[in-house]
Ligand binder design. Structure first.
Ligand code: ADP
Length: 198
């Protein structure tokens, strides 16, 4: 633990926000593998950027291959994975950008900690339950992961051999078996408009 560090007072969030004319938030997508988190995150990021709103996706590619490449899938590592993502997304939100995270994040406690981190700094945390029946996710299986999980090749796979704790009161609930990708992204976009984030 570093002890000789000082937090330098600088611009406040409010001042930054006024200077760049944008508010920050973290949009936390959670759901089963193949529920549509990454697909929706991409669509939403594009939608926001086209509207000149700075947004950035945090997903497996830029987190597990970079910042979190030292982490595996043990329970301890999964918790640490989510903790770091929560801290990074908080920095994006604090910089007045829109962070869009797409991770299964199966445990309520971990998501609640991510929320708490934001709320304690007066930053918006919007939990989005990307919901689909397990059978539909398993049928989609774009990466063949469910098949491997059923065969026992992948252990502790969320929904098959590891639990998924669905959000109890998410800000947004999307059923991706009932909506198109565009409609799903738009549902989040409209929420942001209605809640004065945009
Ligand atoms: P996840 O990131 O949750 O693991 P992906 O986005 O990688 O899921 O894959 C979801 C799959 O479901 C994609 O092949 C996508 O085209 C399909 N899909 C069908 N309908 C939807 C929808 N409404 N929203 C998102 N994805 C959808």
């Amino acid at each position: 633990m570093a002890t000789n560090i000082t937090w330098h007072p600088n611009l406040t969030y409010q001042e930054r926000s006024e200077l760049i004319n944008q508010k920050g938030a973290t949009i936390w997508l959670t759901g089963l593998s193949a529920s549509g988190k990454s697909t929706i995150a991409c669509a939403l990021e594009q939608l926001l950027l086209k509207e000149k709103v700075t947004a950035y996706r945090l997903d497996g590619d830029n987190i597990r291959f970079g910042l979190n490449k030292d982490l595996g899938f043990s329970e301890q590592d999964r918790v640490e994975n989510i903790r770091r993502i929560a801290e990074v997304s908080k920095l994006f939100a604090d910089s007045c950008s829109i962070a869009v995270t797409s991770f299964i994040s199966p445990y309520r406690e971990d998501r609640d900690k991510a929320r708490e981190l934001h709320v304690n700094s007066n930053l918006k945390f919007i939990e989005v339950f990307v919901d689909v029946p397990l059978e539909v996710a398993e049928k989609r299986d774009p990466k063949g992961l469910y098949k491997k999980a059923r065969e026992g090749v992948i252990k502790d796979f969320t929904g098959i051999s590891a639990p998924y704790e669905a959000p109890i009161k998410p800000e947004i609930h999307i059923r991706t078996d009932l909506l198109s990708v565009e409609e799903s992204a738009l549902q989040i976009y409209n929420y942001l408009k209605e809640h004065n984030v945009l």
